[in-house]
Design a protein around this ligand. Structure first.
Ligand code: PLP
Length: 465
């Protein structure tokens, strides 16, 4: 820490963390130890530095969120200026400038008639608020039974009671009581793991038929929302077959089911557009949720943007005396919204959306080259998000424990080589800051390739593969 001018001492901080800090996804048997988590001390651009003074490329971009990169003076200035001007106002009975202006900006680049924004504190609260809106909406419309939520296995939507219940990642579920009433899961659109011998077109038909059948089984009058990430991010960079979202949206429209597109990861430039729903995945949903990239991770913020047509049914003369009493002390927090405005200015001034559209094909081409290595079963992605999946047994239908162990080893060697990759099960995931250059992509791929090759060689030498 000395180099950053802080009086903190690394050993004392690590000791404090061991004694007092509970982290997300804490492995409880390791509580009170470091659990192998590094202590990061400073960062700049796409790079991050740990307490041992090692500089690393931040492959996952924080957690898919550091769009404009670390150490942005304009964002820091905007935060400081707003904190001094007015750091807080209660959104329950007043409004502030940054939230109003940010709502205007987001409405301007959201697709279709998605024109009104509700702000929250992050991604979980954004999705939770969107789902609670669906419940509120159907109650106001006098259809109290129309509340079921259809979502996907391997989807991730957050860590509140309701969003956790809608998250289908198996690893997140044990030992929690989940609000499962009215939540119904359909298959993940996992093209790589689709039934053996089935074409992608047939797989798409199967997925759409499954959704349609589920709506019929539950009864369309009981289904309130379909909740989906455009691409399943934490579930392993699962990009659905072309046409998937559009066909499901058509079924939703037929049955008056709200389509909620969870763009917490894909929003704010990750796929080369402000939002991916329309431009990349060809749909205009009813609600888009966002968080993460809206502030490039400088401060917490999330929200949803919703269609005027939907709002009109429960507002104005159709309000029936209702109040949408969902909200937070920090909804539309002025400092967070000021940071988001500065972030959006940077994305515009630097032309980062165009930059992503230009550089992403190269990034995707390079990641697919890694797919040719024997240990890699699949390499996939879109925009600036991608993964390689370690597959030690091509005959296995699902990722094995050995695959996961191997991915962890790749992860460890990447770290030693100067790159963070986020191991999710058997996958190593990359979603770097949008400012990344071609040379930096080359650096990232070289480290990842070297680490995979090293693991391959070791496994062979150990006689385990
Ligand atoms: N939705 C998606 C698609 C996410 O990936 C995440 C987090 O990774 C969330 C919601 C939850 O966001 P947060 O962790 O900000 O609450």
């Amino acid at each position: 820490y000395a180099e950053t001018g802080s009086q903190w001492n690394v050993a004392e901080l690590e000791d404090a963390a061991h004694r007092h800090l509970i982290s997300p996804a804490e492995e409880m048997s390791k509580l009170g130890t470091s659990g192998g988590r590094p202590l990061f001390t400073s960062a700049d651009g796409i790079y991050i530095r740990d307490s041992h003074g090692r500089t690393l490329i931040d492959g996952p971009g924080g957690m898919w969120c550091t769009q404009v990169g670390y150490n942005s003076q304009p964002i820091a200035d905007a935060i400081a200026a707003q904190a001094l001007r007015i750091c807080y106002n209660s959104p329950w009975y007043s409004i502030n400038g940054p939230a109003s202006e940010l709502a205007r900006r987001i409405a301007a680049f959201a697709p279709g008639d998605l024109d009104h924004v509700f702000f929250t504190t992050g991604g979980s609260s954004a999705v939770d608020s969107a789902l609670r809106f669906m419940q509120f909406y159907n109650n106001v419309l006098g259809r109290p039974d129309k509340k079921a939520i259809i979502c996907r296995i391997d989807g991730y939507h957050g860590s509140t009671h309701l969003t956790a219940a809608c998250s289908g990642r198996a690893g997140n579920r044990p030992n929690f009581d989940l609000a499962l009433d009215n939540v119904s899961f359909i298959s993940a659109p996992n093209v790589f793991r689709r039934p053996r011998g089935m074409s992608e077109e047939a797989f798409l038909d199967m997925l759409v038929a499954e959704f349609e059948e589920r709506v019929e089984t539950l009864g369309p009058e009981n289904v309130g929302a379909f909740l989906a990430e455009p691409l399943l991010a934490s579930g392993g960079i699962l990009i659905p077959p072309k046409g998937y979202h559009r066909r499901i949206l058509e079924i939703c429209r037929r049955h008056d089911i709200l389509y909620i597109s969870d763009e917490v990861v894909t929003g704010f430039g990750r796929c080369g557009h402000w939002f991916a729903s329309e431009e990349v995945f060809d749909i205009v949903p009813d609600i888009i949720t966002f968080a993460k990239g809206v502030t490039s991770g400088y401060v917490p913020l999330g929200g949803f943007v919703i269609s005027d047509a939907v709002l009109a049914r429960v507002s104005g003369e159709n309000a029936r005396g209702s109040f949408y009493t969902n909200g937070y002390t920090y909804s539309g927090h002025p400092v967070s919204c000021a940071a988001a405005l500065a972030n959006i200015d940077i994305i515009e001034e630097k032309g980062l959306l165009a930059h992503v559209r230009e550089i992403a094909p190269y990034f995707q081409e390079e990641i697919r080259k890694l797919g040719e290595l024997p240990l890699i079963g699949d390499a996939r992605g879109t925009g600036l998000v991608a993964c390689v999946e370690c597959v030690t047994d091509p005959d296995a239908e699902e990722a094995t424990d050995f695959d996961k162990e191997v991915a962890l080893r790749v992860d460890r060697y990447c770290y030693e080589g100067g790159l963070i990759v986020r191991p999710i099960g058997s996958m190593c995931v990359l979603s770097p800051a949008l400012i990344i250059t071609r040379e930096q992509i080359d650096d990232m791929m070289a480290i990842l390739r070297g680490s995979i090759v090293r693991v391959q060689d070791e496994l062979k030498a150990e006689g385990r593969w």
